[in-house]
Each structure stands twice: as C-alpha cells, then as structure tokens.
Design a protein around this ligand. Structure first.
Ligand code: HEC
Length: 96
C-alpha cells in the first residue's frame, strides 16, 4: 500500500473514533445521576439525531455537567426539544 493512502486511511480512522459517541450499557446506569438504561438510550438517540443539524456532535466527556446544563439551556430550543427530551439528553451526556 502507498504510504500516502495509509496516512489518509489512518486519518479517517482517527477522525471517526474521536467523534464516536459512547453506547450506554448497564455500567452507565445511575453513574452520576439517576438514569435507567432505557432513558440513556433515548437520550443518545435524541442527541445524535437532533443535535447535529447545525454542527457536529461534541463528545459527552468534553464538558462538565454544569457546562452541559448551560449548553442545553440555549440548544434545546434550537433543536425544538421538549423539557422531558432535554432531560433525557442531559442524562445521556453526563452519565458516560
Ligand atoms: C438550529 C441550529 C442548532 C441546533 C439544532 C443545535 N445547535 Fe448547538 N449551536 C448552534 C450554534 C449557531 C452554535 C454557536 C453559537 C452559540 O453558542 O450559540 C452552537 C453551539 C453549540 C455548542 C458549543 C457552545 C459552547 O459554549 O461550548 C454546543 C456544545 C452545542 N451547540 C450543543 C448542541 C446540542 C447538545 C444540541 C441539541 C440539543 C444542539 N447544539 C443543537 C446551533 C444549533
């Protein structure tokens, strides 16, 4: 394989892995705040389907719970999330 092609492939791989969102499992339940696996899965779905319309997705661990609270205050209306949906997204974002 040509070195340049290998470099491009490696770059693509790194780019994909760095934006990969964690998939909730039993280990994430009630990790930081009370959240069931079903809630975390719903939160993930809402996040990956509604929050990437205007920009890319930030990794959950990129911000503290306090920062996510502030972000969601301004972003939930932009994504037209209900308060209940916003709560589910919050649970997913902090329970990594
Ligand atoms: C209608 C377009 C739109 C949607 C939908 C949207 N955003 Fe944003 N987002 C923006 C814009 C514009 C900015 C940059 C300006 C700003 O901070 O208000 C931004 C900035 C951000 C930032 C960086 C802000 C910071 O201070 O760190 C984060 C994190 C973010 N959005 C998360 C989300 C999440 C989570 C959702 C889903 C609930 C979401 N966004 C949905 C338009 C959108």
């Amino acid at each position: 394989m040509k070195p340049i092609l290998a470099a491009i492939l490696l770059l693509a791989l790194v780019a994909c892995s760095t934006t990969k969102m964690y998939t909730p499992s039993g280990a994430n339940e009630n990790k930081r705040i009370t959240a069931t696996l079903a809630e975390l899965e719903q939160g993930r779905n809402l996040y990956v389907n509604n929050c990437n319309k205007c920009h890319g997705l930030s990794k959950p661990e990129s911000r503290t719970p306090e920062q996510w609270t502030k972000v969601l205050e301004s972003m939930a209306p932009k994504a037209k999330l209900t308060d209940a949906q916003k709560e589910l997204v919050y649970k997913y974002l902090v329970n990594y």
